[in-house]
Design a binder for this molecule. Sequence first.
Ligand SMILES: NC(=O)c1ccc[n+]([C@@H]2O[C@H](COP(=O)([O-])OP(=O)(O)OC[C@H]3O[C@@H](n4cnc5c(N)ncnc54)[C@H](O)[C@@H]3O)[C@@H](O)[C@H]2O)c1
Ligand SMILES: O=C(O)C[C@H](O)C(=O)O
Length: 327
Amino acid sequence: MVKAVVLGAAGGIGQPLSLLLKINPKVTELALYDIVATPGVAADLSHIATPAKVKGYLPKDEDALKKTLSGADIVVIPAGVPRKPGINAGICKGLAEGIAEHCPKAFVLVISNPVNSTVPIFAEVLKKAGVFDPKRLFGVTTLDVVRASTFVAEILDDLSLAPTVTVPVVGGHSGVTILPLLSQSEPPLPSSVSEKDIEELTKRIQFGGDEVVKAKDGAGSATLSMAQAGYQFANLIIEAIKGKKGIITPSYVNLAADAAGGEAIKKELGAEVEYFSSRVELGPNGVERILPLGNINEYEKGLVKAALPELTTNITNGVSFIAAPKL
Ligand SMILES: NC(=O)c1ccc[n+]([C@@H]2O[C@H](COP(=O)([O-])OP(=O)(O)OC[C@H]3O[C@@H](n4cnc5c(N)ncnc54)[C@H](O)[C@@H]3O)[C@@H](O)[C@H]2O)c1
Ligand SMILES: O=C(O)C[C@H](O)C(=O)O
């Protein structure tokens, strides 16, 4: 039995993400919450012949958040507005308060941007309520990982490799804080790929979001690829809850989730950051291990150095939004 919740379920990401969760036979209950349209989305999805019982809630329903969140195993949050950090901070605060009250043990997967700041916002609200478990809070950075796999496969001139190419993408989820460790690509990039090509590829992964925003020409940011990426990560969490071992994937977490692993990363970074996206091993209680960056080359060391000031500011903004609400 798995109860999955989508907060922001009527949006550009929320609808296809809810569809993918409805199709997953392990999901037995799917609760959809948004400020608009969830009854229609839920009615529509409920006709799909899969086990999940689907319900949609709106704030005008009595106890909507309570009904949505009670008993949730996993809560995925694509609520908010693309590229509006201040608005999203307030939205995330309210939703985090609901989670703290109604499902403090759930796995919380934050998609709402800016992830570097919204994850600390969730953590601070959960801390205030005395229910924060760093092993259960995740910033979803999977779209960066998915993009890296696809773009490397394009460079290898064989898109059929895209599902199996792995590139650890670490750091955060915005611009220069996104750190694709292309030296660790599997399969490795061929020696014909020049340093300039690697720099261009790195920039393309870091600013992949801009590519989509520009192509959509005013109609928002990545939604379909994000729904797939968000689902991919949610499904790994569901598999971990169900007891599958050895699942390793990058996610933006509070480094206290694994004290030893977190300290090791800080040592590699030479910085006291509280949050960082690194490869994490998942288990039935969430983060089991935070893995080190491992061997990185001089170019990647430079990327890490360039990322840290922005990442640190983003984290401070999130933390201080709860202390003094402005972002
Ligand atoms: N983590 C990532 O990699 C990634 C990728 C793409 C987009 N995003 C972010 O995801 C968020 C959603 O993007 P989108 O394209 O789906 O936007 P969207 O505007 O299409 O959908 C957002 C939905 O959130 C709903 N919403 C607003 N306030 C709410 C509240 N208080 N409670 C519940 N729902 C609420 C809206 O009604 C809307 O349906 C944005 O912040 C965007 O920047 C993150
Ligand atoms: O770039 C955005 O605004 C959306 C998202 O973070 C993305 O990476 O596509």
